[in-house]
Design a protein around this ligand. Sequence first.
Ligand SMILES: [Fe+2]
Length: 187
Amino acid sequence: MNLKMIKTIKEKIEEECTESTKIIDWFYDTHLLEVEKQANFLLKNLPKADKEVVMLGVWLHDLQRIRGLKGDHQEIGAREAEKVLKEHGYNSDVIKKVKSIILTHSCSNNKPETLEGKILATADAMSHYYNNFFLKIALTGERDINGYKKWVLEKLDRNYYKKIFFNFAKKKIKPRHDLYKKVFSLN
Ligand SMILES: [Fe+2]
């Protein structure tokens, strides 16, 4: 695994996030760095996974959002990731694998089938339980309070039941999940 190249890509994404007017200014710190942290936690427990593919997926999976491009989040994200990976000299095998995990990370149309795909989807879901993610979303004021509560409750269940693929990860998140559910179910 080329650690130096992954660091270069991470720095490029941080720069894009800083300059982007399409995302909230906390996106890099609150979301992407947390996905990295959770992916590392998962990788420690799943040593057979291809770490390089997972880490490239971590940094490139939300490019559609970061670049504010119209169209399907996963498909456009995979297309943009391919461009970045080609620019940085990655071979077609790595590009194919990274694209495939980006294409399933939301678990909306297709579920991930590979270990690396499951790790990315799980890390993405786990990240939402940290750094006051839901509070920060509330503060954007995009939804009225009832719409917001409904959105959070739906997202919590989607995260917990559809995106977290490993029992040990579920166990780690369960106390936070239960607490969030309780708080957002209050009238
Ligand atoms: Fe994400």
